[in-house]
Design a protein around this ligand. Sequence first.
Ligand code: SF4
Length: 182
Amino acid sequence: MSKKIIATTSLAGCFGCHMSFLDIDERILKLVELVEFDKSPINDIKVFTRPVDIGIIEGGCCNSENIEVLKSFRENCKVLVSLGECAIMGGLPALRNGIPIEECLREAYLDGPTVSENKEQVLPNDPELPMLLDKVFPCHEIVKVDYFLPGCAPDADLIWNALVALVTGNEMELPYEVVKFD
Ligand code: SF4
């Protein structure tokens, strides 16, 4: 069986889902027999170098760069997986969705109790910075997503079993306990 090609990225997430991925421990040796990694923070390859079988997305979309990266994953990956609550529902970053963006920026950079080094009272405005979106969006509201792996972070066994199923063409099983919203 030829190896499947995998790519991963972290959008508006905390990298906890990637950490959980690495929690498959010694099974990572088995994983490299089954797959090769393309663009991913795991190997630090920053651009797609070939067509990818499985794209794994951590985090939702909070800025213009997230949208761009997510769309490039959809274009380059046959199958797209939302990994974790941030990718599936926006997660913790989406807690700002009920607050106007101006208020969020003022609290973070001007008025918040931990702001001490902004005497000029400027908001970050470098043109290189990606534009913040007014809301944090789950990935499937931007592009079509094929599979969803819930959890914060999803359990390493769940990630492993799902990956093996995808790579071997078997049906992915989601145990009842992991499909929950609390
Ligand atoms: Fe981090 Fe949890 Fe979001 Fe994963 S789902 S990126 S672990 S906050």
